[in-house]
Design a protein around this ligand. Sequence first.
Ligand code: FE2
Ligand code: FE2
Ligand code: FE2
Ligand code: FE2
Length: 431
Amino acid sequence: MKFNPLKEKGMPLEKQIRTWHDIAHRKYNKNDVDCYSRTRQILMNGIEVEAWNFKHNFSRLCEHQDTMEFLAQTKRIEDAQQTTINWLAPSDQSVLETTLGYEQVAVDLTAWMAQNEPDPYVKETFDFGLLEDFDHLYRYSQWAYMIHGITPNDVVQGQTDVILGRPTQNHHNCNIVRLRKHYDKKSASPQTKVNILTLVSGEQQTHNYYGEHGFTYGSELLRETYAEIKDVEEEHVTMYESLIDPSESFYEKLLLHEFTEVCTYHNCMIDENDELLMPIWEEFLAMELDHLHTAAELFKKYEKRDPQEVIGEEVVHPCHFTSQKEYVAKILNDEIGKRLGSDKDYQFIKDIPEDWASYKVQELAGKDGSPSEVTIRVIAEQKGRDLVCASEELEANLPKLAKKSLQNKGMTEDTVTPEEYEKFSKEKFEL
Ligand SMILES: [Fe+2]
Ligand SMILES: [Fe+2]
Ligand SMILES: [Fe+2]
Ligand SMILES: [Fe+2]
């Protein structure tokens, strides 16, 4: 049956204030939780951070008293939802374990969205970003082993492959080059708008998490690795948000934010099996329906337009989590050598001009080396090779992939070479 969020009944705003106990007492068991319940928890935290942050920005520019009142009341609700969701993570889940969860979100969410995205240019951008977060998962997995003695499968539960992607040292671009073409708000589908806003929220929260936690380890090299990858997440926010039509008004954006919250909670609710998380998705969906109805009324009043022009008549699903190994392996094989073109296009390494602005950034940022490359050298020093959890086929292909990803410029002296990967592939990683 069709679920039209504009017609479904929500929870009245006056019933949305909750007790401190209700807000803060729930947490999952990191050893029992399904990896995709954890990815939903991580993503929905990011969705709420964005919802809250956007409302503060809107409030600072808004002159309409009724809108100010709505924003003032619901900012607190979004914030309490965020606390409940973020604090579901138990205190014994280490920063690196949570980090592997964040990168699993990025890989499996982006892969699913790419296959579910009607706009081919937006899809290409998702596929492009996918291979970068895929590489982050591989780099952090080395650290989770070296610091905590765990394998990535303790977190990703065999659902996501862990192996070299487009190397992190090549993710550093001129941020002008990162800017992409935006969709047209009049013709873009609600699915495209919700996909992008969901992904921007996830990437922004990943960036924030690394910024707030990367310093909590004593290892100098791990701190630098977090700094390096955090900066890539900054680029990801820049890239994905540039896909949004900048001429959307604040009221249109408010409508889209509440609609995205409705869609993501609805998606979480239909996919969830965990008894602790399920009631949270249901309750918060009811709250968001009410937010959406008010946002739709304000949109009608101040924009004199029909909200259905923007969000359609049906919920869309942006965040179905399931294993994406096959799809990711295909994109990896086809696109590891792809780079961002200077005309908002994509190019393979052989076609990139010598004066590409991103080479300059890579040379400057990589002057003292690339921590993400040194990471592989450090684990190989101890174990004879890197830690990989992937299909035999993918692993056998690795030296070739490493070769395809080599650039002529912008590479640090620490770069692990395809020959070294070839050597690794003959070694067994002893746990
Ligand atoms: Fe919310
Ligand atoms: Fe990432
Ligand atoms: Fe990312
Ligand atoms: Fe909301």
